[in-house]
Design a protein around this ligand. Structure first.
Ligand code: GLN
Length: 184
């Protein structure tokens, strides 16, 4: 089983390290040629969603990624990766995400909070978004101060924070078990 990690920009290496710790093989997706390899799942990391969208378009990766996700490829989107999934970007998940939702003062912070199906996890927020609209098929997994910070829909799991920047591997394990291995 190999997991593709979108490696155009942002915190992709940290996701690779996390999956390697779990004994899962990864490869980086930078160009269209990388996309031709078989993959059991895809990670859209945190970073800058505007930069990632631009490079994805330039590399011709946008349509194939969009199509594969819509056809059921398991995907984990964290922070900017969650933004990419929403109805204003790739249009895969039936959510609208508010970018930089915590303002400048609260640009970055860490807290511990509950995620349904996982338990209390340490959440690192960096100029984080939150989900401001959830469609009918979307299940909310975590709400912090009234705002949705983790949710799932069909083959997609998205969170506002950066699980790959902590030592806690449970969110990745949850995704692998509930989304990737379910498809095998
Ligand atoms: N603020 C970034 C954006 O709008 C997301 C931040 C992150 O991924 N840590 O794309």
């Amino acid at each position: 089983m190999r997991i593709g990690v979108l490696a155009l920009q942002g915190a992709f290496v940290e996701h690779e390290r996390m999956l390697q710790r779990l004994g899962v093989e990864t490869f980086e997706i930078r160009h269209l040629a990388d996309w031709q390899q078989p993959m059991a799942g895809l990670i859209l990391p945190g970073g800058e969603s505007t930069a990632m969208m631009r490079v994805m378009k330039d590399e011709g990766l946008m349509e194939p990624i969009q199509k594969a996700i819509k056809e059921g490829l398991p995907v984990l989107g964290t922070c900017a990766g969650m933004i990419l999934l929403d109805d204003q970007h790739l249009g895969c998940m039936d959510v609208t995400v508010k970018r930089n939702a915590y303002g400048r003062q609260l640009g970055s912070f860490q807290t511990t909070y509950n995620i349904k199906g996982i338990g209390d996890v340490s959440m690192v927020f960096i100029r984080a978004p939150y989900i401001e609209r959830c469609g009918e098929g979307v299940e909310v997994l975590s709400t912090l101060d009234g705002h949705v910070v983790a949710a799932k829909e069909k083959n997609m799991l998205a969170c506002s924070f950066h699980p790959e920047l902590t030592e806690d591997t449970r969110l990745h394990e949850y995704w692998l078990k509930e989304f990737v291995q379910q498809k095998d």
